[in-house]
Design a protein around this ligand. Structure first.
Ligand code: AMP
Length: 213
């Protein structure tokens, strides 16, 4: 199986795609957003940055990414979700891959229209423990029991940055930085694209499986 980098606008479905690969193909999932949210529980400044939707500085994020990749389980393929977010991060990641001798990588861009993203943001809730995400506005993605995670039974919460204002900041950041990152990976021949506009994601997930095998 290939190592995967997901690139996507906010709420495009990285969480769903990642869960699919974890459950079916034993991937390890590294989400920089989740790692930072864990750290932010003890760092008020970091919490404010995350809630604003702005990016944290490379001084914080680069050592974190290096650490998780260095300490990963070498017997499993990995997913990098939420990183890189800028061209500079993409270049730094190349250096990290070289230093750790990491190869066999596919970069998957999840392409979703803005109106659909806004709808997904409005209904999104995540598990406070395992971070599985649900959507209370879309029947197929609602939890079986209101406010309770199907996976682990813990409470579901609304993420601090899941309001429409924060979405707009995150989406604007994405529009500014993503074209350069996509061009960078296209040039390397690593880039693949999956369209994920449909509520029913069966076909998108089948295509994902074909790309990672
Ligand atoms: P996410 O869960 O991927 O939407 O990330 C949530 C928040 O974490 C973002 O809005 C940023 O504040 C921060 N974050 C996650 N990944 C990065 C990154 N690669 N560079 C800078 N900030 C990041």
């Amino acid at each position: 199986m290939k190592n995967v980098i997901f690139l996507a606008p906010p709420s495009a479905g990285k969480g769903t795609f990642s869960s699919y690969l974890e459950k079916n193909y034993y991937y390890q999932h590294f989400s920089t957003g989740s790692i930072l949210r864990d750290k932010a529980q003890h760092h008020e400044n970091l919490k404010k940055i995350l809630e604003s939707g702005e990016l944290v500085s490379d001084d914080i994020i680069l050592p974190l990414v290096l650490e998780v990749l260095k300490n990963r389980d070498m017997t499993k393929p990995f997913i990098l979700d939420g990183f890189p977010r800028t061209l500079q991060q993409a270049k730094s990641l190349d250096g990290i891959f070289k230093s750790l001798n990491l190869t066999n990588i596919v970069v998957i861009f999840i392409d979703v229209d803005k109106e659909i993203l806004e709808k997904r943001v409005r209904g999104r809730v995540v598990c406070s423990s395992c971070y599985q995400s649900y959507n209370t506005l879309i029947l197929e993605y609602s939890p079986k029991v209101l406010d309770i995670c199907d996976n682990c039974g813990k409470h579901l919460i609304v993420r601090g940055d899941d309001d429409i204002e924060s979405f707009k900041i995150r989406y604007d950041n994405y529009l500014k930085t993503m074209p350069d990152i996509l061009a960078f990976y296209k040039e390397k021949g690593w880039l693949q694209t999956i369209s994920n506009n449909e509520t029913n994601q069966v076909y998108a997930l089948e295509y994902l499986r074909d790309l990672v095998i």
